[in-house]
Design a protein around this ligand. Structure first.
Ligand SMILES: [Fe+2]
Ligand SMILES: [Fe+2]
Length: 144
């Protein structure tokens, strides 16, 4: 039993009702648990090997996020969603923040993995609940 895994658990409250996007959101949360595997002690500043592994994971997460944002914005364009511009801005900010974090690690900042994990989990969870979910509601009304 590990309580650590619950840090990034995907729960029903995150379901927005668009299957493809829900699957991508879930995969993203699952990818976050990889951080635990390479740095089992999340609260200790990572050593060089852990930092290398975490940089690989962050790269993967960033690629996946870009892919997901593209898919999601496509759905928004399709129905001329009025919130598209704000979504694009939020998506871009996330990518910029992840790149900044990668740069900090590359420059030898010895942050504990929990800081990275929490930042990503919190941003993503909050974004889904406050921005993607309202889009899911909007989208469902355009379907009939
Ligand atoms: Fe989004
Ligand atoms: Fe999303």
């Amino acid at each position: 039993m590990s309580s650590k895994l619950n840090l990034a658990e995907y729960t029903k409250e995150y379901v927005i009702g668009i299957e493809e996007l829900d699957e991508q959101h879930q995969s993203f949360f699952e990818m976050l648990t990889k951080i635990d595997a390479v740095a089992p002690d999340l609260y200790r500043p990572m050593d060089e090997d852990e930092a290398d592994d975490i940089l690989d994971i962050l790269g993967e997460l960033r690629d996946y996020a870009l892919h997901h944002f593209g898919t999601e914005e496509g759905y928004m364009q399709e129905v001329k969603y009025p919130g598209l511009k704000a979504q694009k801005a939020a998506h871009n900010k996330f990518i910029t923040d992840v790149i900044r974090m990668e740069a900090e690690i590359m420059n030898g900042s010895s942050m504990p993995p929990i800081k990275i994990r929490n930042f990503i989990t919190e941003w993503y969870g909050e974004h889904i609940l406050t921005m993607d979910k309202p889009f899911g509601t909007f989208y469902s009304k355009t379907e009939d």
